[in-house]
Design a protein around this ligand. Structure first.
Ligand code: MOS
Length: 784
């Protein structure tokens, strides 16, 4: 998901600039660059910076709360937390396409314990997440012309005194459906006679403008070898551990919503718009959440319904999706059929790349996969064409690096096929064509990864030999664009008792954001991370931070926090300079002390210095400045290497090991950096081997909207994951870093698929590489 700008943010006047030097890049090959930065910006934490908290393996500040079960997630709210809390439940369509001829909720309303019933209509067809026309005044008759367009389409909701009553009430809602023809397969939906998913369109296929660089026909003329392949990937379901859920509470004209969301600011703005409220009267709170992966942006249907039910019932309401509904209506990673044509010189130099892809985001949009292809390698001539195919299925949502694992699988597979054609080592082909950006360490990442996986064994592995177990090695390049940047504002308060509070209206998805806030504050103040109390996850803080998508969070907020902490520190220095007989600018903070920079023996402990504040705290404020050109939009890179073992008798693929080498500029906390890699690799391995949403085509329903039949990766399938952090410090912002949530899941499936192709000696052009598919492919080769 790409960042959105929260409301209330005004563009700033261009700041005055100064020129500074920074020593950046890799420690092993530092480069001094001259950059122009805003005059008020803090010195860059470059290679010479002496940092005592940032860069350390600080444990998550909320860890103890989480492991003891004290951390409260939205899903945990009960009437003990909010007296009178009602439980909401949603009725969804069991059919993929139907007209609602009649819907009658009178029996549900009459059930004792039922406090509100809501029937509602959909918003605009192309953006089902936007805003529902919420009938908040409690009608019980159906809107005219109500057509459901996918299994899971919400139709009605109830709020009742217990979950059991809510379940019963939903069952009592009588709906008369008239089924309409449906299509859930994206190939069939492209046919001229396929049922239309959206009224008023010409067919179900929608294409955007192609991305063009150079002249692709010219590029293929220049090529000495050209190959063409078609590859397929399935629809994936996000399956965040915590399903979508919100608790809504009205007090007069003010609305408070606790939500499991990736963006409290965006959620607040959509609620305000839907319920016609001043955003100042809407408060969204997210303290802890169980993952989102792109599926939890905005208010969505459950958020709107929770607030509407609460209004109608005049009581707080908790409403969310159960696992089944989650997997029908909370988003998915679109599938794709990708035709790729790649041309190169005999020495492996790429000359042209053409990709045509179509995939389905169900009734929604954004099934594109080719963005990665415009970034991953140097190709002078490119033509990239993405199409969305509408089907009668739940809408797609961004999912961890939207479009990138799909595109990576296609491109890296074809790269390996090209290498085979050219009789080149696959890694050599990458080395010939990688993007050699200033400060980029990709060559170094290739070298380290190849060494760790022992790539030099590659020629000994493969299909030869009598054993049914075949081993193979494969790799792929990770790339992700940098989206981090303004707006982000922060507030740091130092109290006379020495306590420090760092506040920011940002949410922690479970990635460790809270710890980053504490660490960056502590670093600037010369304190340990545990000395900082973090106040976040609440829009009532009135500070702005991005919604957490596009791997923007840590590196969007860190410079703002630094600025706020520095501002608070400056004020503290002003208030205690007299005690040193010094000027405020002669003071420094470190190791829990305030001291005279040139005479560190003269110091006050942090507590003593803070006591000088008397009775008033100091409040520092800080804002994130724009990224520094020309580094502002440099992508993030990485390389992953996979070793697999394929059992040619059972079709089982075992991933033996993944070496994942990644960079994100400065690693603010290596332990959390690694945890992002682990998660990304796990998801990528599941994509390669296990996960697929399966549709019953005649019925138009999802066969596996649960965690039994939809197989996610578990301990049994987990490979050994060796992480390597490469740290090319970037001058892009004053903390020297970039974001990391998404890159580690980009090339995993591609690397595994390449390793499987190496092991088998032939390629299967479709994911997942499940045992049935591998066996079928082996069988087909025997027959051929
Ligand atoms: Mo995302 S797919 O949460 O940027």
């Amino acid at each position: 998901m790409y960042p959105r700008t929260p409301s209330g943010d005004q563009p700033q006047a261009p700041p005055k600039k100064k020129r500074i030097k920074a020593k950046v890049g890799l420690k092993e090959r530092p480069q001094v660059v001259e950059i122009e930065v805003p005059e008020q910006d803090l010195p860059v934490w470059d290679l010479d910076a002496k940092l005592s908290v940032v860069g350390k393996r600080v444990l998550r500040v909320e860890g103890p709360e989480k492991v003891t079960g004290e951390a409260k997630y939205t899903l945990d709210y009960t009437p003990k937390d909010l007296p009178g809390l009602l439980y909401g439940r949603i009725l969804h369509s069991p059919f993929p396409h139907a007209r609602i001829e009649k819907i009658d909720a009178s029996k549900a309303l009459a059930l004792p314990g039922v406090k509100a019933v809501l029937l509602f209509d959909k918003g605009e067809w192309f953006n089902p997440n936007e805003v529902l026309k919420v009938a908040s005044e409690g009608p019980v008759s159906a809107p005219a012309d109500r057509v459901v367009t996918y299994e899971g389409d919400p139709l009605a909701a109830v709020a009742a005194q217990s979950e059991q009553i809510a379940d019963d009430a939903v069952d009592l809602i009588e709906v008369k459906y008239r089924r309409l023809p449906h299509v859930v397969d994206h190939e069939e939906a492209r046919q001229p006679n396929a049922p239309l998913v959206h009224k008023g369109t010409k067919g179900n296929t929608v294409s955007g403008d192609p991305f063009v660089r150079g002249d692709v026909e010219q590029g293929f003329k220049e090529a000495e070898v050209v190959i063409e392949r078609t590859l397929r990937v399935p629809v994936l379901l996000h399956n965040s551990p915590e399903c979508h859920v919100a608790v809504a509470h009205w007090e007069g004209g003010k609305l408070t919503v606790w939500a499991s969301t990736q963006g409290i600011n965006g959620f607040r703005d959509e609620l305000a718009k839907t319920f016609k409220l001043d955003p100042a009267n809407v408060r969204v709170i997210t303290q802890h959440m169980g993952g989102g992966f792109g599926s939890k942006f905005g208010m969505q249907a459950y958020g709107a319904m929770a607030a509407a039910l609460a209004k109608q019932a005049a009581a707080p309401v908790k409403l969310g999706y159960d696992r089944h509904q989650e997997n029908l209506t909370a988003g998915n990673r679109p599938n794709a059929t990708m035709w790729v044509k790649l041309g190169a010189k005999k020495d492996g130099t790429l000359t042209a790349l053409h990709c045509r892809s179509y995939g389905t985001a169900g009734i929604g949009r954004d099934a594109g996969v080719t963005y990665l292809m415009s970034l991953a390698y140097k190709v002078p001539h490119l033509r990239l064409e993405d199409s969305d195919v509408f089907t009668h299925a739940g809408y797609g949502m961004p999912m961890r690096a939207p479009g990138f694992p799909q595109g990576s699988y296609a491109l890296e597979s074809v790269m390996d096929d090209l290498a085979a054609e050219l009789k080149l080592d696959p890694l050599e082909l990458r080395r010939k064509n990688f993007v050699d950006q200033p400060l980029l360490a990709l060559d170094e990442m290739y070298r380290i990864g190849a060494e760790k996986i022992a790539w030099n064994r590659r020629n000994e592995l493969g299909p030869k030999g009598d054993s049914p177990l075949k081993r193979g090695l494969g790799m792929g390049t990770a790339v992700w664009p940098n989206y981090s940047g303004p707006p982000a504002r922060s507030r740091v308060t130092i109290a006379p008792d020495g306590s420090v509070e760092s506040a920011m209206a940002v949410q922690d998805l479970g990635t460790g954001t809270r710890t980053v806030v504490a660490m960056v504050t502590a670093e600037e103040l010369g304190l340990p991370a545990e000395a900082v109390k973090v106040n976040m996850g609440d829009t009532s803080l009135e500070l702005i931070a991005p919604d957490s998508g596009g791997s923007v969070t840590a590196l969007s907020i860190a410079p703002a926090i630094r600025a706020a902490a520095a501002d608070a520190k400056r004020q503290l220095f002003e208030r205690c300079a007299a005690a040193f007989n010094a000027q405020p600018e002669d003071l420094a903070a470190g190791e829990g002390k305030i001291f005279v920079r040139h005479d560190p023996q003269k110091f006050l402990t942090w507590q003593q210095a803070a006591a000088r504040l008397g009775t008033t705290a100091v409040v520092g404020r800080g804002e994130r400045l724009p990224n520094v050109e020309p580094y502002a939009n440099f992508p993030l890179w990485g390389a992953q290497f996979a070793e697999v073992e394929v059992d040619t008798e059972t079709g089982q693929v075992r991933v033996v090991k993944i070496v994942a080498v990644h960079e994100a500029g400065r690693a603010l906390n290596p332990a959390m950096f690694e945890s992002q890699i682990y998660g990304g690799v796990m998801m990528g391995a599941g994509y390669a081997l296990l996960e697929r949403r399966t549709m019953d085509k005649p019925e138009g329903r999802v066969v596996n909207p649960n965690l039994e039949d939809y197989k996610m990766i578990g301990p049994e399938e987990l490979p050994e994951i060796e992480t390597v952090i490469v740290e090319p410090i970037t001058p892009m912002n004053n903390v020297g870093g970039k974001g990391l949530g998404e890159p580690p899941t980009v090339p995993t499936a591609a690397a595994i698929a390449n390793a499987v192709a190496h092991a088998l000696g032939f390629r299967i052009y479709e994911l997942p590489l499940s045992p049935d598919r591998v066996l079928d492919a082996l069988e087909a080769r025997k027959e051929a």
